[in-house]
Ligand binder design. Structure first.
Ligand code: FMN
Length: 168
């Protein structure tokens, strides 16, 4: 077991209430957006040998999605509570329209081939293993006719966690 696998993560609270950034690309070209949907778990190995993964759910209308699709690496970045305003900003502006990271006051840095931020206190660097859109045929009616009534479904991006920086 890798050391980070034995740490405690309040994952429901971390995603749903504290939010995170999903950051795609490398230091030559990257983009990030706020996420409140995400999963941590294991897959593709026997008992005790499953690969640790993070899964994020990104809509194709995001600029971050364009980079995620082309990237081998993405990061999932969590922040102390004082950065909530910055996360709100990054979730309401697009990287297509300018340097929103600078405008939010965050400092990008390279980590294990991906990009995270000096201000993050927990970063999962992920090697992408799978990407695909949710198929409408497989979605429950309440989801198709609810959130996706007038919207294209999100894509899921599954990444093996290859590095963790935990400053908590
Ligand atoms: C609190 C919060 C949570 C969000 N969660 C998600 C998410 O899980 N998936 C997603 O695709 N967009 C999510 N968004 C929306 C994107 O962050 C937003 O559309 C962003 O401006 C996209 O930026 P980009 O075009 O630079 O990628 C969220 C926004 C906020 C404010």
């Amino acid at each position: 077991m890798k050391p980070f696998e034995s740490r405690d993560y309040r994952i429901f609270d971390m995603f749903n209430n504290q939010w995170a950034l999903a950051t795609a690309g490398d230091s030559s070209r990257y983009n990030t957006c706020t996420i409140a949907w995400g999963s941590l778990g294991t897959i593709w190995g026997g008992p005790g040998g499953g690969r640790p993964i993070a899964t994020i759910y990104i809509n194709p209308d995001r600029y971050t999605w364009e980079l995620l699709k082309e990237s081998d690496v993405f990061t999932v970045d969590f922040f102390p509570p004082e950065y909530r305003k910055a996360l709100g900003y990054l979730g309401a502006h697009s990287g297509r329209d300018g340097d929103k990271v600078a405008a939010a006051g965050l400092t990008p840095k390279e980590l294990a081939g991906g990009v995270t931020f000096e201000e993050a206190n927990l970063t999962f660097v992920c090697h992408k293993l799978y990407q695909a859109p949710f198929e409408r045929a497989g979605l429950a009616d309440e989801i198709n006719q609810g959130i996706y009534r007038n919207w294209q479904p999100h894509w899921m991006f599954v990444g093996e966690i290859i590095e963790v920086e935990d400053k908590r």
